[in-house]
Design a protein around this ligand. Structure first.
Ligand code: DX5
Ligand code: ZN
Length: 214
């Protein structure tokens, strides 16, 4: 299982230390959550912070934009060194156009679905996507409880990907720990985002390894 630890739960006063810890861990990517206080009821951090992280990170950056009008920020996200740009289906009217623009900017394109948005909404775009990010909590905050229906959505998405010969990977974000991660692995997830489970663990590196071994 690939693991993308979420920096939202890091100690922002010791961001350098926490990014170095992730560099030294078996994490596959670093997940960065941008919030605008409009699409979600919270504000996190913005592009200057991602640029600072990029200077020290040795892992690819997996940038999750919980913002309205994500199509307006493609070049800024690229200039922060993002490998993957995740935009919400619910925040983007012209999803097909925006996906093409993300890929033309040289990044991998991912679409994120809120817990209430059905997988079927991606039927007509799944072959264009590098990744789908399924939210297993309502976006906006770390440390929330996993929504059990997400396991069913992973299975539905896996079936859609296989039946359409898409190469999209399945990433899941929210309430992931060793218990819920196991269910997601069995259902067909490829990448797990974990914030609280990693950074609140007594030994974050060991927790990343345990999740990685699921
Ligand atoms: C929530 C963010 C998540 C968050 C996950 O809106 O998208 O990436 O950091 O945190 P945990 O793993 O604590 O649920
Ligand atoms: Zn996220």
């Amino acid at each position: 299982m690939k693991i993308s630890p979420s920096l939202l739960s890091a100690d922002f006063g010791n961001l350098n230390r926490d990014v170095i810890m992730l560099n030294e861990s078996v994490a596959d990517m670093i997940h960065l959550d941008i919030m605008d206080g409009v699409f979600v009821p919270n504000i996190s951090f913005g592009f200057p912070v991602i640029k600072s992280v990029q200077k020290i990170a040795t892992k690819p950056l997996d940038v999750h934009l919980m913002i309205v009008n994500p199509q307006n920020y493609i070049n800024q996200v690229r200039d922060c060194g993002a490998e993957i740009m995740n935009i919400h289906q619910e925040a983007c009217i012209h999803l097909h156009r925006t996906i093409q623009a993300i890929k033309n900017a040289g990044m991998k394109a991912a679409v994120t679905l809120n817990p209430s948005t059905p997988v079927s909404t991606l039927e007509d775009i799944i072959t264009e996507l590098d990744m789908v990010l399924l939210m297993s909590v309502n976006p906006g905050f770390g440390g929330q409880s996993f929504i059990p229906n997400s396991v069913k959505k992973v299975k539905q998405l896996k079936s859609l990907i296989e039946s359409s010969s898409s190469n999209a990977l399945i990433e899941v974000d929210g309430g992931v720990n060793l218990e819920t991660g196991k269910l997601l692995a069995q259902a067909g997830a490829d990448i797990l985002v974990a914030g609280n489970a990693v950074f609140a663990a007594p030994n974050p590196k060991e927790m990343i390894e345990a999740l990685h071994n699921l």
